[in-house]
Design a protein around this ligand. Structure first.
Ligand SMILES: [Mg+2]
Length: 196
């Protein structure tokens, strides 16, 4: 039977937005996120990372570095609250007009947000019902991806979220809910699901 999922953006939602993170030790969790992920885990809600990571396409670092960052992310979530991500998807690809230069990763991709490729892949591989699922992000493109796939789109005010809302970053978007941070977003998701 298909199940709902909560899809989480990475930078500005789970870890503190710090641009391109060249050193793994510069990845730090936003306060309260490990507990919030743990609450999803405790309710057996499928919890899935979906992240645009264009560093490899821009030639900033290799794909293995992105994987090292994700190992640190998972280690920190576990150490702080015994929290875990059930699956991790990321898009290392970038089109030439967007700034892709590395031949291995420079191409258009259905996985690049606001396209829905990562959500569709996750739904196939893990039996998820996208129409019952939620996306939590800090960019207009996260909310756009959510709506493109028929998910509920939540914008958090951490990371770029407040700049998106003020109109200083990206474009106007209409999230289904605006939360100060992931912890509040998760509480709202539980309300919508009738879980708590
Ligand atoms: Mg982000």
């Amino acid at each position: 039977m298909t199940k709902p999922a909560v899809f989480l953006d990475r930078d500005g939602v789970l870890n503190i937005e710090a641009g391109y993170i060249h050193h793994v030790e510069d990845l730090h969790l936003i306060p309260g996120v490990a507990k919030a992920v743990r609450k999803l885990n405790d309710q057996q809600i499928f919890c899935c990372l979906v992240s645009n990571q264009s560093g490899p396409a821009r030639g900033y670092y290799g794909d293995n570095h992105v994987q090292a960052l994700h190992r640190r992310l998972c280690d920190l979530l576990h150490a702080e609250a015994g929290a875990k991500l059930d699956a991790l998807y990321y898009c290392p690809y970038l089109s030439p007009p967007e700034g892709g230069t590395d031949p291995e990763f420079t191409r258009w991709s259905t996985w690049r947000k606001p396209n829905t490729g990562m959500l569709v892949a996750a739904a196939w591989e893990h039996d998820l019902d996208l129409r019952q699922s939620f996306v939590v992000g800090d960019k207009a493109t996260d909310v756009d991806m959510a709506h493109n796939a028929g998910c509920v789109g939540i914008l958090v005010q951490t990371g770029y979220g407040s700049s998106v809302l003020s109109g200083a970053y990206q474009h106007h978007t209409r999230p289904d809910y605006i939360a100060p941070d992931l912890a509040v977003a998760v509480d709202w998701i539980f309300q919508q699901m009738g879980t708590l």
